[in-house]
Design a protein around this ligand. Structure first.
Ligand SMILES: [Ca+2]
Length: 467
């Protein structure tokens, strides 16, 4: 309004100067035209920008613990009950080639920092304090941030003194709302759990179930923050051993690991269903990107039948059974319902993807490649290979590494496999020809260019000074 008044005064001054009426009329029309243009162009633009800022999407990254792709209905299992994740896939996108690291901490460090373990992995249960994490990016962008589930990134009380407390607290990683198992203390994760809730360790009763407490915590967080952009990282407690009955099990006394595991998968699925349903209930589903994955393959005690084959869990191994995990994405109105992508996805890709989805500037130093264009069905960058550097306990043994594409895999020690013909890696190809030879040349180059040695093994950088 101040601008309009100023322009009217300007017109009045011109009139009082006794200038030629036609010229004045012309100037009046010109000024009014500028005003109209300003009102039409600038004011709506400002409103639009404000709307866009308000509409920054919520992002929910859900990562279950120890579950390979063979344990989901939407990946072909008839053994496990995953109706909610199957529905997510039916209303969103399912990826057929997502690969984690073979074990918890390596996958978590990679997902949270967007970097190969070769660059920033120090030891099991440690996320280095000098690393900028997914939580910090969202917090700095003004998001409300929450984490619930399993942490295991500080170096808790059960680890050797040389590792204890050397990692990162969840608050340091950018999370303002916290409900986690295994931060500094150990304790039970399922029944009668010990959880670290908003800065304090709390013991719960014998009929209280840790995974449900974490899920309820997040549902409450979503209700409290429905009116502003939020980021949730949900590294689920389920379905890691010990294999215990769940609230949904027929008997609380069951000692059958396989049956209990199947009940735990159903419980995991139900909790993911509650998170999705909450976005619908709050009217924020179309402004919320949800990603669901697993941190590594299934426990070796578990057997799963898929496509007529029995798969033994491959947790801890660099095979497909150890690293091929589900990735299901949902964002109604943005991601085409029922779509399937065969794009290669590496665990370093989650960070650049969610940053791009939220309009947060992506740092240049990441190893990850955003798969947002795949989610939205747009042309965009795709991966030609994945590099995996793996040394979970650097106090023993030597690192292993490999490069792979959808079909072929080349290890640092020279073993080369056609995974289409030999998914369990029993018959290395001695002399590749044709397509295998081309892939071998491509993957050899990846191994030459990516670091072979870990830059930070058994080193624990100090916490950086932050203002
Ligand atoms: Ca795990």
């Amino acid at each position: 309004m101040r601008q309009i008044v100023a322009d009217q005064q300007l017109i009045a001054v011109h009139s009082q100067a006794g200038q030629n009426q036609r010229r004045v009329r012309g100037r009046c029309w010109t000024a009014l035209g500028i005003l109209a243009a300003w009102l039409l162009a600038c004011w709506p633009a400002a409103t639009f920008a404000a709307d866009q800022a308000e509409r920054r999407p919520n992002v929910i990254v859900i990562m279950a613990d120890d579950i390979g792709a063979e344990c989901y209905g939407c990946y072909g299992s008839k053994q496990y009950r995953t109706p909610h994740i199957d529905r997510m896939a039916a209303t969103g996108m399912r990826f057929t080639h997502c690969y984690s690291q073979p074990l918890c901490t390596p996958s978590r460090v990679k997902l949270m920092t967007g970097l190969s373990n070769a660059r920033n992995y120090s030891a099991f249960s440690i996320l280095n304090r000098d690393q900028k994490t997914i939580g910090q990016y969202f917090k700095e962008a003004g998001y409300a941030t929450a984490v619930a589930g399993k942490w295991q990134l500080l170096g808790a009380e059960q680890y050797a003194p040389r590792f204890r407390g050397k990692g990162t607290w969840p608050q340091e990683a950018g999370f303002d709302h916290i409900c986690l198992w295994q931060v500094d203390r150990l304790g039970s994760r399922y029944w009668a759990p010990l959880l670290y809730v908003d800065g304090e360790n709390k013991s719960f009763g014998p009929d209280e179930y840790g995974p449900d407490i974490c899920c309820n915590y997040l549902l409450n967080f979503m209700e409290q923050h429905r009116d502003r952009p939020f980021f949730i990282y949900y590294p689920m407690i389920l379905v890691h051993a010990p294999f215990e009955p769940t609230p949904g099990s027929a008997s609380r006394e069951s000692k059958d690991d396989q049956q209990n595991f199947e009940d735990m998968v159903a419980q995991m699925d139900a909790q993911i269903g509650r998170i999705v349903a909450k976005t619908e209930e709050l009217g924020i589903a179309e402004n919320t990107l949800i990603l669901v994955t697993g941190d590594n393959g299934t426990h070796p005690r578990i057997r799963s039948v898929i496509n007529g084959q029995t798969v033994r869990g491959g947790k801890g191994r660099m095979t497909d059974a150890g690293t091929h995990v589900a990735l299901v994405a949902r964002w109604p109105g943005k991601i085409a319902a029922g779509s399937v992508s065969d794009a290669l996805v590496d665990f370093s890709d989650f960070l650049p993807t969610v940053l791009e989805a939220a309009g947060i500037e992506r740092p240049q130093h990441l190893d990850g490649v955003s798969f947002l264009s795949q989610l939205l069905g747009n042309p965009g960058p795709t991966r030609e290979w994945i590099y995996m550097w793996y040394w979970p306990r650097p106090e023993q043994g030597r690192p292993a590494r490999m490069a792979r594409d959808r079909r072929f895999k080349l290890y640092g020690d020279g073993r080369f496999y056609d995974l289409q013909a030999d998914p369990s890696e029993e018959h290395p190809i001695a002399e590749p020809t044709g397509e295998a030879l081309t892939a071998h040349a491509k993957l050899s180059k990846v191994l030459e260019t990516m670091p072979a040695e870990g830059a930070t093994v058994l080193r624990f950088p100090a916490r950086p000074k932050r203002q």
